[in-house]
Design a protein around this ligand. Sequence first.
Ligand SMILES: NC(=O)C1=CN([C@@H]2O[C@H](COP(=O)(O)OP(=O)(O)OC[C@H]3O[C@@H](n4cnc5c(N)ncnc54)[C@H](O)[C@@H]3O)[C@@H](O)[C@H]2O)C=CC1
Ligand SMILES: O=C(CO)COP(=O)(O)O
Length: 308
Amino acid sequence: MKSDVKNVTIIGSGAWGSALATLVQTNQHHVQIWSRQSQLSLAEMVSNSDAIVSAVSIKGVRTIAEKLQTAKLQPNAVLVSATKGLEPVTRQTPSQIWRSLIPDHPLVVLSGPNLSKEIMMGQPAATVVASTDASAAQFIQNIFASRNFRVYTNSDPIGVELGGTLKNVIAIAVGACDGLNLGTNAKSALITRSLIEIIRVGVYFGAQPETFWGLSGLGDLLATCNSNLSRNYQVGYAIAQGKSLEEAITNVQGTAEGVNTANVLIEISDREKINVPVSRYVYRLLQGEITLQQAVEGLMERDLKPEN
Ligand SMILES: NC(=O)C1=CN([C@@H]2O[C@H](COP(=O)(O)OP(=O)(O)OC[C@H]3O[C@@H](n4cnc5c(N)ncnc54)[C@H](O)[C@@H]3O)[C@@H](O)[C@H]2O)C=CC1
Ligand SMILES: O=C(CO)COP(=O)(O)O
């Protein structure tokens, strides 16, 4: 047993929470998972935790953060947000919710190209832990890093978080592109042009553009758009096979955050006049406003323009 064993609580027993717990356990830290089915209350479970990792879907983040607001935490407990989504109504990112409700504890965002099934199989992967508090990021880096999981620190949490969140919308588009067999050229164009629009949104939120060229941006975009393990990709693919959105969501195991993220993103981009053509066509497709064929034609027939 290592001498520096940490107590880690993972909140959420879904695919990602379970994979993160396995990673912590690999490093022989003491890990416990809290879910709504747990016997202990969340406050009881976190009372002795050095790190508290939230891996719930976006719809649960505020409820969980509110529960922790009234819990007695260790004074140095570090909060980790591993959710990739945007909250409807407030349009906040998970880290913005955590920061506003629990401002007194260091907050780290964990995000990267991390398909949970591959991680559960022990395949090599890398991720990013980002915080404005460098020592908190290093603390979390050491808890998760292992032979099969390489962890980088980063000082741009909002950029790291948005890379992981916004690519889910693009993965729906690319899943549909593959489902229609539109070819590798089309897919490459879609991914590359989407990265530009992700950066536009990121800059609006105050992120550093260069963050999106890293693991949590381009890295996660490539992972999610190239794997049928991705639930968001699966949704797009199923729609291209003629399934309704409801059928597509029902057939996916777990949460495809991109569906909700598309709605929130379009509200933000309408209000702030941010040009997000690929995400907008995904939104219109999911709303049933257009067919997939119309989305492809619409994207191809836009006004000609310089690349940059
Ligand atoms: N599965 C993956 O490969 C990865 C997922 N993520 C992100 O992690 C988040 C969770 O994803 P998954 O675990 O895959 O989804 P999932 O659907 O397997 O699990 C979601 C979990 O959140 C819990 N939850 C939802 N609302 C809750 C509430 N109010 N209180 C307590 N628990 C609540 C559910 O009970 C469930 O255990 C998503 O934002 C996803 O984008 C991030 C990286 C990888
Ligand atoms: O975020 C992920 C991989 O990094 C998981 O993607 P999905 O939510 O589309 O499965």
